[in-house]
Design a protein around this ligand. Structure first.
Ligand SMILES: Cc1cc2nc3c(=O)[nH]c(=O)nc-3n(C[C@H](O)[C@H](O)[C@H](O)COP(=O)(O)OP(=O)(O)OC[C@H]3O[C@@H](n4cnc5c(N)ncnc54)[C@H](O)[C@@H]3O)c2cc1C
Ligand code: SF4
Length: 476
């Protein structure tokens, strides 16, 4: 039989079809289509089946990528799905929103040899969507139930991954979330044009069908006492993410919107909810000159959301250059195509207010300085380079820090790092409190969905170990 792989020498890299910028900029639907079977098989067959697969080392979940690519290329899709879902709790979501250029695809050997990486993310998405269509996904319910119970605080990817593992092992799992919908940043942070919402609600439904209970509008530390959860459940997992927005620290600062407030409002509006802040125009970019400050994924989501809401103009300010943007290069390109203007090497000085209303933002040019010992270049202002950019709406997207959880939860025994993240034992995910574990952004700091999934899975394995030894010691 002819070798079905290594086709990168004659087949070019091809992404699934991307909707043209004009059409996609007026709705919140995903911008990439899905591969058809023939394309998925072809693209998977480009893999060079390396003995030491660097794509796998570049994937935080250590996905067995070469094997599921081979299965796809040879038409064995159900097996491809079994291999891919063995390590990844949400492969269809990672396939859509992982920054593959920095992870698996960035490490692909044929990318390094300038042939263009295998489109790993798109194939991963295709495999799982095919599995859903063909009913291969199956139930998460364990054949036998255990009488031990676990509370998970936070329904983002870390909480979902842990709930999948623990419910699969037969534990009674209840997930608490202060929002009215489950999914964490997947549901209310990341916009639909990157990840349509029914992709997440399908996974929440799958957990509910397996017996996981979701307690929504349940603010732990507010309406629900953390101490009560700790006493009621055999184990508690804290997976609350990081939500304290970094401040601009400028004159007129209070006139700027916070990125996540803007995105949550937009996402709620997309669900058809009545959102006063949207209807009043306070958090609606329609007809406005919008300036977004920041260069990460959140900033990219804000500029592209503003375009879709019908902004008059959208400008993104970033104080370093394009090469140093922390956001995914693919997202920057998408934003440029959709009409966002980037002002590189530009930093805000102050907001210009007239009669209490924002009319502009005063910015200054920056330049990169020599790299220091760490190799990172510094930045400094270019003298006499200030200019005012007209703006009716300024959105601050400078990233997030952890809230003060020990205080909010009334649990001073929970210890934090110097960054304010929860301190856990790196091997066991255990906090300083007996039966309390933590995972995801609240431990790692603002990161990526794929890392939250890994941490949630690993923490669940450790909770299982802990609960088994607890049960054994009770039985002895
Ligand atoms: C706008 C934006 C865009 C992003 N885009 C990407 C991307 O494209 N790709 C990518 O890989 N990553 C992206 N990220 C990062 C990614 O979303 C996070 O790293 C990931 O969601 C962290 O998962 P988590 O489960 O730790 O926390 P979260 O997803 O933040 O979930 C935490 C949950 O805990 C709940 N919660 C918090 N406090 C309490 C409390 N006291 N009581 C009850 N519930 C509580 C919250 O309501 C939330 O639902 C993005 C982040 C943002 C903000
Ligand atoms: S989980 Fe993310 S990094 Fe890993 S293979 Fe999938 S797309 Fe790549």
């Amino acid at each position: 039989m002819a070798e079905p792989m290594l086709k990168f020498v004659k087949l070019d890299q091809q992404m699934p079809q991307k909707r043209d910028a004009d059409t996609r900029a007026s709705d919140f639907l995903e911008i990439y289509g899905e591969f058809i079977l023939q394309k998925a098989e072809e693209q998977a067959s480009r893999c060079s089946q390396c003995g030491v697969p660097f794509c796998q080392s570049g994937c935080p979940l250590q996905n067995n990528i070469p094997d599921w690519l081979r299965m796809t290329a040879t038409g064995r899709l159900e097996e491809a799905y079994q291999i891919s879902s063995a390590t990844n709790p949400l492969p269809e979501i990672c396939g859509r929103i992982c920054p593959q250029d920095r992870l698996c695809e960035g490490n692909c050997v044929i990318e390094q040899s300038t042939h263009g990486a295998v489109t790993i993310g798109a194939v991963e998405r295709f495999i799982t969507e095919t599995a859903f269509k063909n009913d291969w996904v199956g139930s998460l319910k364990a054949p036998q139930q255990r009488d031990q119970s676990v509370a998970i605080i936070g329904s983002g990817p870390a909480g979902i991954a842990a709930a999948q593992v623990l419910t699969g092992l037969g534990y009674q799992v209840t997930v608490y979330d202060r929002h009215d919908r489950a999914g964490g940043l997947l549901i209310y942070g990341i916009p639909g044009f990157k990840l349509e919402k029914d992709v997440i609600t399908r996974r929440i439904k799958q957990l509910e069908e397996a017996g996981v209970k979701f307690e929504l509008n349940a603010d732990v530390g507010g309406t629900i006492k953390f101490a009560d959860l700790k006493a009621k459940y055999d184990a508690v997992l804290i997976a609350t993410g990081v939500y304290k927005a970094r401040k601009l620290g400028l004159a007129g600062d209070e006139g700027a919107l916070q990125a996540l407030d803007f995105l949550i409002t937009s996402n709620k509006n997309g669900f058809g909810d009545k959102v006063p802040a949207f209807e009043s125009g306070e958090m609606n970019a329609a007809g406005k000159n919008v300036v977004v400050i920041g260069g990460g994924d959140t900033a990219m989501d804000c500029v592209r959301t503003s375009i879709r809401q019908g902004a008059k103009s959208v400008t993104c300010l970033y104080r370093r250059d394009k090469a140093n943007m922390p956001g995914s290069a693919r997202e920057v390109k998408n934003a440029e195509e959709e009409g966002v203007e980037f002002k590189w090497l530009s930093a805000p000085k102050n907001l210009v207010l007239e009669g209490g209303k924002i009319t502009g933002i005063n910015i200054v040019k920056m330049r990169l300085t020599e790299a220091d010992g760490s190799g990172r270049q510094g930045i400094e202002e270019v003298k006499n380079s200030e200019e005012v950019v007209p703006a009716d709406m300024v959105i601050s997207a400078l990233g997030f820090e952890p809230e003060d959880l020990p205080n909010a939860f009334g649990a001073p025994e929970l210890k934090t790092t110097k960054w304010g993240t929860l301190r856990v034992n790196a091997n066991t995910f255990q906090t300083e409190l007996e039966n309390v574990f933590a995972a995801g952004d609240i431990v790692r700091g603002a990161s990526l969905v794929v890392w939250a999934l890994k941490d949630g899975k690993d923490a669940a394995d450790q909770i299982h170990k802990y609960l088994k030894s607890l049960a054994n010691s009770k039985a002895a």
